[in-house]
Design a protein around this ligand. Sequence first.
Ligand code: FES
Length: 83
Amino acid sequence: MSGTVRIVVDDELISGRDGQTIAGVLIGSGRIAWRTAQHGERGVFCGIGVCHDCLVTVNGVEGVRACQRRAVEGDRIEREVRS
Ligand code: FES
């Protein structure tokens, strides 16, 4: 479907608008947090690539900032658990 991007998050297929960041697609699907850190669940904090609160694993690559990475059709996103 043109204008739509579909990604897999923890084995669930979700979709967003083409051009959105991974964080944008996650938030659009109702998720506000997707990483477990020492001080609780984290999601977007700064939204500009500085805080690293939004880290996810994308296609097996750990530590990707969801707020900076454009979602690509078929991306596989996994939550991260870090202390
Ligand atoms: S929300 Fe701060 S780096 Fe992504």
